[in-house]
Structure formats: C-alpha cells, structure tokens
Write a protein that binds this ligand. Sequence first.
Ligand code: FES
Length: 116
Amino acid sequence: MDYETILPLEELPVGGLRRVTVKGRPVLLVRREDGVFATAVRCPHMGLPLDKGELTPEGELRCKFHHARFDPKDGHVCLWANFPPGIQLMNVLRKPRPLETYPVRIEDGHIQVALS
Ligand code: FES
C-alpha cells in the first residue's frame, strides 16, 4: 500500500477535522482519542462537504446540512439525514450509504494516508 505523508500529527488536535488533498483528491482527516481517521469529504447523503460539520462528543462525524452522522473509523452510518423536519420523506429515495474511509498510519510523528 502506498502511503503519502500529509502533516505532522501535532497539527491536528484531538476533536479536530482537517480537509487535505491526497494525490489530488480531497480527504477529511479526523482525530479522536482512539486515533486518526481519513474519510471522503463529500457526505454520502447529498454530496455536501463534511469538513463544515463537527465531531460530536460521541466521536461521530456529523454533517452540518442534514445532520447525518458517521463513524469516521469505518464509515458506517450512525444516524441518517434527519434535519430539517420532513427530510425523512426524501430518505425513501436517498437510502443510508456508508462514508468512504481510507487507511491511515502514523510514521515518525506524521499522519500518512493511502488511497487506492
Ligand atoms: S448532505 Fe450530509 S446529511 Fe445531507
């Protein structure tokens, strides 16, 4: 697997999100107490940018736009789009889809990401 060095670990504090570019593609880095994770930037719901969202106290990545939540570790859906009220009607057409994630490792104090 071909890892690319992105930035020093110390530049991404616990609870932080950082949009970066890896091999010309946008990637979102997320740091929790249990590690650093890399995901797609575009939300699987409607493709809006997840770097505008936040990490919840539970460690879930919450999209700012319709409040879908994902586990950045494996991308599974914790809660699908539910805001504003009534958007659930659209969920018949936009069924829950996981967030894409990418391998991450820490080498010599730097975050490295591998894209396939
Ligand atoms: S675009 Fe993220 S929840 Fe709708």
